[in-house]
Design a binder for this molecule. Structure first.
Ligand code: SF4
Length: 438
């Protein structure tokens, strides 16, 4: 069966210099998806390869593919693409579930262009008829820093999400209820480093789902939007739902029929079977990227700034025992057994977000700021990851930098006084004890 998506797509150009939104209808063959739209912008229109990464011509593009709006899970990842200020080349980073409200805003792609004088917060809202309303608010650097320092019991990027919510939530209110919307923000790391990320917490019925946040972490896309365009937050959402397909794949019954014809299996059953790792894997009695990777890695687990590759097999096995008997055990007891699982915002049966209080636990940040940074305890790792997230760093990048710094101190290549540390570091894999995690 062949499903034909709509033949045109809609791009919104958010001009940070003029605080304006311009809409363009594009034939689908010119921009088949968010990556081809970004390539069209970077290669043909703005020629970002001719300028430095923080030039405003390095437009930050984001969007979803032509099957957004269908009852298919994972098709509402929000795909960011631009020249990475961290690595210089064209790069793609994505954020689970965050394209669903963009679909409801009636927009396929957004390009952030130009550069605001003060920092900028923008809001887009789509209506059922496909029209799009935009609002802008400038904020000076001191006020922004004050928000990052603390706003309504939140700090950093989370505080800016709350502030943006307070400024614009009425836009997404329809009498007594809230329509679908979401807010992407940066944290202070985006203003000062080249590995700032973009974060967004799921909002359900107008309320933040604390701990259920998604990140476009890799490549410094937060640094790009903050430093090249001086844009720090964008709210978006709406009530648009008008996209049509040749087969009505917005109806789960139609999707199931297609999957039964093609794969002899209902769609949801197919997704659950294919995504066992992300939901729950009975073979290892654990779940999600953290639980399953940590269950199967064994002595191949990387630790202590990758020094583990030079250890003997028995030494690596001894380190892995700390994971199996403590770090992973905590995860399984606190998250897998009570099944505190959530989705990214899509109505997806895999519920791949593994949540403990306000902490979402994925393998990569909890490895980079876990065993690779000499941390084998969930409480210590939560403290490290949360602080890094509040600052709006890419936690994977940060973990690899911090583990390198820790090894430099351990080996005497850097003195702790040189970076303002008071305590000694414990970073010797051969004499390590779990309590050194803290
Ligand atoms: S819940 Fe997880 S697996 Fe499902 S669509 Fe969202 S990110 Fe993908």
């Amino acid at each position: 069966m062949r499903i034909t998506p709509p033949q045109a797509c809609k791009a919104a150009y958010l001009n940070a210099s003029e605080h304006k939104l311009r809409i363009e209808e594009l034939p689908l063959e010119e921009a088949l998806g968010p990556v081809s739209f970004a390539l069209l912008c970077h290669r043909d229109r703005y020629k970002s390869f001719e300028v430095e990464p923080y030039n405003e011509r390095n437009v930050l593009c984001f969007g979803a593919g032509p099957l957004a709006g269908a009852r298919l899970y994972g098709y509402h990842r929000l795909i960011f693409a631009a020249r990475s200020p961290l690595w210089n080349g064209f790069f793609i980073s994505s954020m689970g579930g965050a394209a669903l409200p963009l679909y409801h805003a009636g927009v396929d792609y957004v390009a952030v262009e130009g550069k605001s004088e003060d920092y900028l917060i923008a809001a887009l809202k789509g209506a059922e008829d496909g029209s799009i309303e935009s609002r802008f608010q400038a904020i000076n650097e001191q006020d922004l820093m004050d928000i990052f320092q603390g706003y309504k019991n939140e700090r950093g990027g989370y505080a800016l999400q709350q502030y943006t919510y307070d400024q614009f939530n009425e836009l997404y209110r329809d009498e007594e209820r809230y329509i679908d919307f979401r807010i992407i923000t940066v944290g202070p790391a985006a203003l000062n480093t080249n590995f700032g990320s973009i974060c967004s917490t799921v909002i359900r019925n107008g309320t933040f789902r604390v701990g259920v946040d998604d990140w476009a972490g890799r490549g410094g896309m937060g640094s790009l939007i903050a430093q090249a365009h001086r844009t720090v937050a964008i709210a978006y959402g709406g009530t648009y739902a008008g996209k049509t397909f040749t087969e009505n794949i917005k109806d789960i019954k139609v999707v199931n029929k297609i999957f039964e014809e093609e794969f002899n299996e209902k769609y949801t059953d197919y997704v659950i079977r294919s995504g066992t790792k992300y939901r729950y894997d009975p073979h290892v009695k654990s779940a999600g990227t953290f639980g399953v990777n940590m269950s199967v890695l064994g002595e191949w687990l990387l630790s202590f700034n990758w020094q583990s590759v030079n250890l003997s097999e028995s030494e690596r096995k001894a380190l892995y025992a700390l994971v199996k008997d403590h770090y992973l055990k905590q995860f399984n007891e606190e998250i897998v057994e009570p099944r505190t699982f959530a989705t990214c915002g899509e109505p997806c049966p895999l519920t791949c977000k593994k949540i403990y209080h306000e902490h979402k636990k994925d393998y990569e940040p909890y490895e980079a700021l876990g065993p690779n940074s000499g941390i084998f305890d969930q409480r210590a790792a939560e403290k490290a990851v949360k602080e890094v997230e509040v600052m709006g760093f890419d936690a994977i990048e940060f973990g690899n930098v911090s583990s390198w710094v820790l090894e430099c101190i351990h080996k005497g290549l850097l003195r702790k006084e040189e970076i303002g540390l008071k305590d000694d570091v414990a970073f010797d894999p051969q004499t390590y004890k779990i309590e050194f995690s803290h």
